[in-house]
Design a binder for this molecule. Structure first.
Ligand code: ADP
Length: 548
């Protein structure tokens, strides 16, 4: 059942389906190929980017190593031995001042010369432009620093951990005139200050130009992580270790590049990282691809909607032509009966086969009734084609609602029971309506005619004019068959005949004509119906301003 349904659905809409497939298929295929191609391009560019990042980060690491060994290389060995062993503090102070200006990451230079006790290590305090023995400062140095045997390394470096970790670089000297005399000269670097004060200028001077060499990569970020993985410097605030494309580890030693093996180095391992925090090339490409997909998607949606509209339009056309052909066959059938009756009755009368006066009268009445039915139907069809053809507004004149009702009732068959079954009432004195009298009378008559057509014989019908919300309401109420909820939304459509219409003569045009006439009067029509209990059709017409 379902299969047959979907098959017939497919059959009916095969052209629309084919149109969607013919246009949509290649569009989808192009979009997919484009997406794949962009993805491929994206991943290639990603690889190229990573390569560039790797080179950049390695270069940055080498540069940083160079810069951190600068203080040791350029300040400690050049210090004249005699200035140290003769404690030429003025001369040393000048040299340390110069060195501090060139290597701001150094916090203090210091000096110790035997045979003084090690507590008397002299620290150079640049703000005081002098040396001071800072007690306890050297307490935290490892004991081997003070072991003065000949095997002691000439260079040593160690970390003093804590909230403010320090790197201490020590250079051991021996007095050339008295080999028993030893001196220690060195400096300490506060790693927090190093990260805070030195790394930004290192980035600006060395790393930024390095990353700037990569065109279109302004978003590339640089960061440094300490041994615990804490981000100690980043060009983008929330640079996360995971976002790093490439990284390089360096031993953050200020004395690492010491010559020879006589050195004792302890330094933390820091990590330099380069990565794209935000939209990288791939992201941009992806967005481009998504944009393209969105355009293609929108195209498909527009195409689909267009096809749907065409399908609906053609469906409507098909339905209408179906209704029209049903109407023509219906109307031919409807006309056939009265015509054959007319022929039969007139032949019988002509041949004198109805001798009885009473019967003859009955025959004449039947002849007239059949002729009236036919003329009613023809009138409806003519009304309809007139309305269809007429585009210009109808002419209107003031007329009392009471007269419209009366004229409509008068159109009912005078010799039939209908007129006696109609109750006409008006609610007080009603204002004149501005209307096209003949068409409005015919509209009310159509409603009356329907009321009788769709009720049992002898059922009374009420037509009543009243005021409602500043409008004149003309209501035709019957106690007939009523209208089913399936038919109700369609009864004003052209050629539509409901379930109740099947057994009764009609064209399916009456209500659509009423609707058109009412709209031409800027009014509206309402229907209230209970299947099995009757219907009430109400025409609501505006009251002209001067009449209100
Ligand atoms: P027709 O009466 O020629 O079929 P109409 O346009 O006048 O065409 O009415 C459309 C349909 O609405 C009818 O076929 C009938 O099913 C339904 N209908 C109209 N008026 C009534 C009524 N008073 N009671 C029940 N059904 C009605």
């Amino acid at each position: 059942m379902l299969l047959t349904g979907s098959r017939s659905w497919l059959h009916k809409r095969r052209w629309q389906v084919l149109a969607v497939l013919a246009f949509g298929g290649p569009l989808v295929a192009i979009a997919l190929v484009q997406y794949r191609w962009l993805e491929e391009l994206g991943s290639r560019s990603r690889m190229a980017e990573s390569q560039q990042n790797r080179v950049a980060v390695m270069s940055a690491a080498a540069l940083l190593e160079d810069r951190v060994s600068g203080a040791r290389l350029e300040t400690l060995p050049p210090i004249p031995h005699e200035d140290v062993f003769e404690l030429n503090l003025d001369g040393l102070g000048r040299q340390f001042d110069e060195a501090l200006a060139r290597f701001p990451y150094v916090q203090h230079y210091f000096l110790w010369v035997s045979p003084a006790p090690y507590e008397e290590t002299l620290f150079y305090l640049p703000e005081e432009k002098g040396f001071r023995a800072v007690r306890k400062a050297a307490d935290r140095w490892p004991s081997e620093v003070w072991q003065m045997d000949t095997d002691s390394p000439r260079w040593s470096e160690f970390t003093i951990p804590g909230d403010s970790p320090m790197q201490v670089v020590i250079h051991r000297m021996t007095d050339p005139d008295d080999p028993s005399r030893t001196a220690l000269v060195g400096f300490c670097v506060n790693l927090n200050r190093f990260a805070k004060d030195f790394l930004p200028s290192f980035h600006d001077e060395e790393v930024a130009p390095l990353l700037g060499q990569i065109p279109g990569r302004e978003d590339v970020a640089f960061a440094v992580f300490d041994e615990s993985g804490k981000n100690v410097f980043a060009t983008k605030p929330d640079f996360d270790a995971q976002l790093a494309d490439s990284s390089a580890e360096i031993q953050l030693s200020f004395a690492l590049r010491s010559e020879g093996s006589d050195r004792n180095i302890e330094a933390p391992v820091w990590r330099l990282a380069v990565g794209e925090k935000h939209d990288g090339i791939q992201e941009m490409l992806k967005q481009g691809a998504l944009g393209n997909l969105a355009i293609v998607g929108a195209g498909i949606i527009v195409l689909g909607l267009g096809t749907m509209l065409i399908a609906r339009g053609s469906n409507r056309e098909a339905n209408l032509s179906d209704l029209k052909s049903r109407f023509i066959s219906g109307i031919s059938h409807e006309l056939k009966t009265p015509l054959s009756m007319l022929r039969l009755y007139s032949e019988m009368l002509e041949l004198g086969r109805v001798p009885n006066e009473m019967e003859r009268k009955l025959f004449y009445r039947k002849l007239r009734q059949q002729a009236e039915t036919m003329s009613d139907m023809l009138e409806e069809i003519l009304d309809f084609s007139r309305l269809e053809a007429e585009q210009q507004p109808i002419s209107k004149k003031p007329c009392p609602p009471q007269e419209i009702l009366e004229e409509a009732v008068e159109m009912l068959d005078a010799s039939g029971p209908e007129r006696d079954l109609v109750t006409v009432s008006t609610d007080g004195r009603l204002p004149d309506l501005l209307c096209n009298r003949p068409s409005l009378v015919r509209a009310v008559y159509s409603l009356l005619d329907n009321a009788f057509k769709y009720s049992d014989p002898d059922q009374p019908v009420e037509v009543r004019a009243s005021r409602r919300n500043g409008m004149v309401a003309v209501a035709v109420t019957d106690g007939g068959r009523g209208i089913s909820s399936e038919d109700l939304p369609h009864i004003f459509e052209r050629f539509y005949r409901g379930e109740t219409g099947k057994a009764v003569k009609g064209t399916g045009l009456g209500l659509s004509i009423v609707d058109t006439v009412v709209k031409a009067h800027e009014g509206k029509i309402e229907v209230d119906s209970q299947p099995g209990h009757g219907s009430s059709f109400t025409i609501l017409l505006p009251v002209p301003p001067q009449a209100g």
